[in-house]
Design a protein around this ligand. Structure first.
Ligand code: GTP
Ligand code: MG
Length: 378
């Protein structure tokens, strides 16, 4: 339906119905009755002649009211300190997962992720929580293989600190530079970890110089990037690395409001047999609880079961916590933001609208491709 009828327009701008219908006929070349709808742009043109500005009343949709709620939540936040989110990035095989395994071992978590990976290559974005002296840190492990650019970008976008891992025997490689670019684009703090210093062919000086050339400078050279020399194999430098993380995190004064409804980002999601959609979410603000209704991109559902990074069932998850959860009706896109909403009907409505919109865009994309093909053929 068109936004305004002839009757309402006539009342709003104080123009006689007959005069208005005549004007409309002249403008649009079509016939109007008192009950016809008028395009907003046309109504606007006529109103302007009368020096009246028409303002379209914003329709209150489930989506716009969710936006309002989110803005409200942000404004009323009762900020408390939260754990830092640290993303490990770098070229393939430079030792990201090994460093994280080391860190987790050092803090009492049995682990050996590298040995469980297919071909020793990380292919998913993984998240771990580590605790030291009552303070926890969330680590995200990203793949270094060149095929996984998106996952590195995603890691950089949700993180507070990026640890750029560079093998001292290889030096700076293409995905090292790419990772640095992602971290810079996301405007996050950077720590350089020069790894594999135990290897006989490690060339720490050369690696350092390559990094300086990329404008990553330690404080001794007037910069502010901590450089740590380490080995995931011997454990050298691991404490120092964690100290650097702690210092940067302290300076950043990271906060969130755990009393609010949970929100954050989907890191990964897939369909698993009869268990349904399994999604890894990073809670960035508020608390996500079992039973909550979640809207995630164009998908929705109730949190039926939720697990921590070690696969243990949990009831709730506060800020900076990665969780796996089951309950979404479809597989969301990684990168999709999620929000806890009041009820399942709202979630269903918004998800449905988003799906409609998405399928429309898909159709246009499809047509565009076909047109190009046609042109090629001619
Ligand atoms: P992707 O996730 O595939 O990008 O690799 P990654 O950066 O996670 O490297 P990963 O931890 O899988 O390590 C690659 C190889 O390097 C493994 O064989 C590790 O055992 C070895 N490695 C990692 N760190 C060190 C180190 O400090 N010293 C030595 N000597 N070997 C290491
Ligand atoms: Mg790895």
């Amino acid at each position: 339906a068109l936004p305004i009828t002839v009757r309402t327009l006539s009342e709003t701008i104080g123009m006689k119905v007959g005069e208005l219908i005549l004007k409309l006929k002249n403008l649009t070349n079509s016939l109007f009755t008192i009950n016809s709808g008028v395009e907003f742009e046309v109504a606007e043109m006529i109103a302007i002649e009368k020096k009246i500005e028409l303002v379209a009343k914003k329709q209150v949709t489930a989506e716009s009211s969710l936006e309002a709620t989110i803005t409200e939540r942000k404004a009323s936040a009762n900020q408390l300190p939260r754990p830092p989110i640290v993303t490990i990035m770098g070229h393939v095989d430079h030792g990201k997962t090994s460093l994280l395994d080391r860190i987790r071992q050092q803090y009492g978590l049995s682990s050996d992720v590298v040995s469980t990976e297919a071909g020793g290559i990380t292919q998913v974005l993984r998240a771990w929580r580590v605790e030291k002296g009552g303070k926890s840190t969330t680590f995200l492990d990203t793949p270094g293989h060149e095929a996984f650019t998106k996952m590195r970008a995603r890691g950089a976008n949700v993180t507070d600190i990026a640890v750029i891992v560079v093998s001292a025997s290889d030096g700076v490689m293409p995905q090292t530079e790419e990772a640095i670019a992602h971290a810079r684009a996301a405007d996050v703090d950077i720590i350089v970890a020069i790894n594999k210093v135990d290897l006989p062919d490690a060339n720490i000086d050369k690696t350092r110089r390559q990094l300086y050339q990329l404008n990553l400078l330690p404080d001794t050279m007037g910069g502010d990037v901590p450089f740590v020399e380490c080995s995931a194999k011997t454990g050298k430098g691991i404490d120092e690395l964690l100290d650097s993380v702690a210092v940067l995190a302290e300076l950043a004064e990271l906060t969130a409001d755990p009393t609010q409804a949970g929100s954050g980002t989907c890191l990964e999601a897939y369909l698993e047999g009869d268990r349904g959609v399994i999604a890894t979410l990073l809670v960035q603000n508020g608390t996500l609880s079992k039973g909550d209704v979640v809207l995630c991109g164009a998908t929705f559902g109730r949190v039926r079961a939720m697990y921590d990074d070690l696969g243990r069932p949990i009831e709730e998850a506060g800020p900076s916590t990665p969780v796996k959860f089951i309950g979404l009706d479809e597989v969301p896109d990684a990168d999709d933001p999620f929000y806890v909403v009041d009820n399942i009907a709202t979630a269903r409505e918004i998800a449905g609208k988003r799906r409609e919109r998405r399928s429309e865009t898909d159709r246009f994309k499809f047509q565009a491709v076909n047109l190009d093909k046609l042109k090629e053929q001619n």
